[in-house]
Design a protein around this ligand. Sequence first.
Ligand code: TYD
Length: 216
Amino acid sequence: MSILITLEGGDGSGKSTQSRLLSTALLGRGYNVTSLREPGGTNLGENLREILNDGQRHHAGLTDMSQLYLFLAARAQLVAERISPVLIEPNNVIICDRYIDSTVAYQGYGFGFDINFIKQANSNAIGDFVPNLTILIDCPIETSIARTISRTGKVSRFETKPNDFHQRVRNGFIELANENHDRWKIVDGTLDEKTLSKQILSLALEVIKGSDTNLQ
Ligand code: TYD
């Protein structure tokens, strides 16, 4: 058996940094780690990522509905090309920066598309490849917004959305986590990077060591 760990949270929650730190820590302990991000991880996914993040230019007119289907298409491709071939082999760990729950939180709670429809579409896209562990890096939106403003480089399509959008996304993630405490663990995104990375590593190791894998 292999393990799929996903990290979720709002923009500026520190999720991408923590995904990287977790991958490095597990690699350092000798695990076979595959690091992925959504949207992305395949040629199609990386192309869709460009389109989805390009709100100011060629694809400014992309509708909310089109975005929903593009995220799902990127995910279906990621599962087919990168996740299922790794997870059907034994003794692997996949760390994925965003996955099914980002679509429920952003397109469902944020944009108002039907939550059950998204959950069903996610399930069609991923089949049996449900995460063994999902870590929610929860952060007050004031903190995450301040971080995205101070961050240099490209601003993603949703980073320019109003505060109430980000609040709905945050509440959505918390609601999802509370629906399934077996899969989800919530950590405090306001903690310093090192403390948080230690907590995340110990949550990951707990699941890896508790699984019926040869991963020790
Ligand atoms: P990204 O640059 O990856 O942001 P972050 O580093 O915060 O993850 O941009 C991805 C954006 O896409 C982010 O704002 C969240 C959004 N998103 C959705 O709206 N739905 C989805 O299903 C996924 C995977 C991401």
